[in-house]
Design a protein around this ligand. Structure first.
Ligand SMILES: [Zn+2]
Length: 282
């Protein structure tokens, strides 16, 4: 079932056991726009089946928030105009050259061009894929793009992100709803999970430009502004405590600055910023 955020904004919940991110839907008088296209054609079909249960305008546009497979592998299913930023378009080009039979998938995984989880999901959810080709995007934008769905504007914008260098967000000003994709997360480099410290404040500034009342991160349920403010606050206080690759020193600095122990979230973030210090010093 779709979650209803307002009369014109919905989303399909993420499903961690299937590596499925949350998928967004914005409806105007004439058309609908989706945010992210699913991790497989089956995920896309499940989303379309839920959309079909409601009396909504046809899906005309699909925005891909970044070039991670779990957000775009379902994009062929919608027959929609696919919208990506320039960097996402560059990254997707490799996926358009791929073939998707078993031996090709195994080759891409063994040469680190594809995540093993992606192969597993495609094998499971897409039995018939020997002739599959990923479509190419239709609209490639730079910086920002506004789409009017019929008395419903969507602002599509590139932002700084600690997750990838190709992050796009979608803001619906009428409803003050912000779709963040995975932009607020960290990333894994050489098997080390880290959050790029130098990008944290610029990213938060990019995101807080919007006066969002509700925000959806790619692998979360929707958050109100108080929950998001807490998330950014915890990230910032964790980052402030990390000035070297020493976890013990960072924890101590946190205690001195905040006069309390870090929460579980803050400790997780502190470790990710320490990892970033390690990666940056290599
Ligand atoms: Zn991602």
């Amino acid at each position: 079932m779709l979650n209803k955020v307002s009369d014109s904004v919905y989303y399909l919940s993420n499903q961690d056991d299937k590596e499925r991110p949350a998928l967004g839907l914005v409806c105007g008088d004439k058309y609908s726009l989706i945010i992210d296209a699913g991790n497989s054609p089956q995920h896309a079909k499940d989303f379309l089946a839920e959309i079909g249960k409601l009396d909504l305008p046809p899906v005309k546009y699909a925005v891909i928030t970044h070039a991670h497979w779990d957000h775009f592998m379902g994009m062929n299913e919608f027959g929609a105009t696919i919208i990506v930023n320039r960097r996402t378009n560059e990254l997707l080009q490799e996926w358009q050259t791929f073939t998707y039979d078993d031996s090709s998938l195994e080759k891409y995984v063994s040469t680190n061009r594809m995540d093993a989880k992606c192969m597993e999901i495609l094998k499971e959810e897409m039995p018939d894929r020997d002739s599959f080709k990923l479509d190419s995007p239709d609209i490639i934008f730079g910086n920002t793009l506004t789409i009017d769905l019929g008395n419903k504007k969507c602002i599509i914008e590139e932002i700084t992100s600690t997750h990838t260098d190709d992050a796009t967000i979608v803001y619906v000003p009428d409803e003050k709803v912000l779709f963040l994709g995975d932009s607020g997360y960290g990333k894994t480099t050489n098997s080390l999970f880290h959050i790029q410290q130098s990008l944290l404040v610029p990213m938060i500034e990019d995101i807080q430009k919007y006066d969002a009342e509700m925000s959806l991160l790619g692998h979360e349920s929707i958050c109100d502004s108080a929950e998001m403010d807490l998330y950014w606050k915890e990230l910032k206080s964790a980052s402030q405590a990390v000035i070297s690759a020493s976890l013990a020193k960072a924890e101590e600095k946190f205690r001195v600055e905040n006069k309390r122990e870090p929460s579980d979230n803050e400790l997780f973030f502190i470790k990710a910023f320490v990892n970033d210090q390690i990666i940056q010093s290599q």
